[in-house]
Ligand binder design. Structure first.
Ligand SMILES: Nc1nc2c(ncn2[C@@H]2O[C@H](COP(=O)(O)OP(=O)(O)OP(=O)(O)O)[C@@H](O)[C@H]2O)c(=O)[nH]1
Ligand SMILES: [Mg+2]
Length: 357
């Protein structure tokens, strides 16, 4: 369960906004920072802050890693690909550092809809503002040497961690062979790459490290977290020090319902729906939430609802239980289903759902 809840008054962020906020505008003792956070904040001269962005294929374990690094339920996790559709920021705050972790959607090589293109835009933005980049892969992943993503990593002038995830599922020899392949590639391509201006080791050969991890079981995560914190450049905090995500509470509701749809429905259904929170009212003993699910076709609406509403009731119950655990409070969750034909193709619909072009 989350220790600190996101600020419900936050506006939904730009889904694929690559630009870091101007730290000048968000001083450490910015409005909203708790007295403890202000007391704990060190003067700017010794403070370190930076963006640690993860990229990888769908289902690689990016969100699992983000949650493990943060120790918070930042992103929804399911066994299905394309669970994450937005770039989601999580802030890990210490007295003298702020690590801003970006979870991203999985890379989609054959975008079928404008929705996929927006998801890929979110990945692109993660390349642009990274102070450290995490490339999450696994022994089962096959990569073409000429893949444009690898070509981009070859030239990326910031520290790069190649993380061999799901190491728990493979024999040690397989993990080691995979590590050696990546070490050999980047030793060839990144050997003479100097770290860019403003990076932690500007002008020096840029860091490239290959590490095996298990995001699910936490193996290697604490060591990675320490390494990442040590690599943050000197910089004032980008966000108030008591904030742990850029996303409002409503966003976590849509992600939870979407994750339950991914778990409860098969084939194309989860990929054809979008979830919107219509209202979110917190009362002393209960949170009352009304949500709308937009389906792409009326046949999908019938499947979502099921016989006598049974499928929707089952999914809704599971979502409500998870939200109650997340908020630590009783939740009433109302769900309606509507049809919005072609929403995945419509720039207007995508924008209204928070996907920026
Ligand atoms: N065995 C094992 N499974 C893992 C590990 N990390 C993640 N998984 C599983 O892999 C699946 C996908 O994990 P996610 O974190 O949702 O993957 P993702 O990269 O965020 O996926 P998208 O958001 O769809 O791009 C889930 O079933 C996780 O439990 C790991 O280290 N070991
Ligand atoms: Mg994800």
């Amino acid at each position: 369960m989350a220790q600190q809840q996101p600020d419900p008054s936050n506006q939904p962020p730009e889904a694929s906004d690559a630009s870091k906020p101007d730290a000048e505008e968000v001083p450490p003792a910015a409005a909203g920072a708790s007295p403890e956070a202000e007391r704990d904040a060190k003067p700017d001269a010794t403070h370190r802050a930076g963006f640690v962005n993860v990229i990888g294929r769908p289902n690689a374990g990016k969100s699992t890693l983000g949650n493990a690094i943060m120790g918070e339920q930042l992103s929804a996790i399911t066994p299905k690909a394309q669970t994450t559709r937005h770039r989601i920021l999580g802030m890990l705050n210490g007295p003298d550092y702020q690590l801003v972790f970006s979870d991203t959607p999985g890379l989609i090589y054959d975008p079928a809809y404008a929705l996929h293109e927006r998801m890929n835009d979110a990945v692109k933005s993660a390349f642009q503002d990274a102070d450290v980049l995490l490339f999450l892969t696994g022994p089962e992943d096959r990569w073409d040497d000429e893949d444009p993503i690898l070509k981009r990593l070859d030239r990326l002038p910031v520290p790069l961690f190649v993380l061999i995830n799901k190491a728990d599922r493979y024999a040690q020899e397989e993990v080691v062979a995979c590590m050696q392949r990546w070490e050999a590639r980047f030793a060839r391509t990144r050997k003479d790459l100097p770290a860019g201006e403003g990076t932690v080791d500007a002008g020096q050969p840029v860091l490239t490290e290959v590490m095996p991890i298990s995001a699910l079981h936490g193996h290697g995560v604490a060591a990675l977290r320490e390494r990442l914190i040590a690599l943050l450049p000197q910089h004032p905090p980008y966000y108030p020090k008591d904030q742990w995500t850029d996303r409002p509470e409503r966003f976590f509701v849509t992600e939870t319902v979407r994750a339950k749809i991914l778990e409860h429905y098969q084939q194309e259904i989860p990929y054809s729906v979008e979830v919107v929170v219509e209202s979110f009212k917190e009362e002393p003993t209960i949170i009352r939430i009304q949500t709308l699910i937009f389906a792409n076709r009326s046949s999908q609406k019938s499947i979502l609802i099921g016989k006598g509403g049974s499928a929707l009731t089952r999914m809704g119950k599971a979502a409500r239980q998870e939200l109650e655990a997340f908020f630590g409070k009783k939740v009433f969750l109302g769900i309606h289903v509507k049809v919005r034909e072609g929403w995945r193709e419509s720039d207007r619909d995508l924008k209204s759902f928070g996907y920026e072009g």
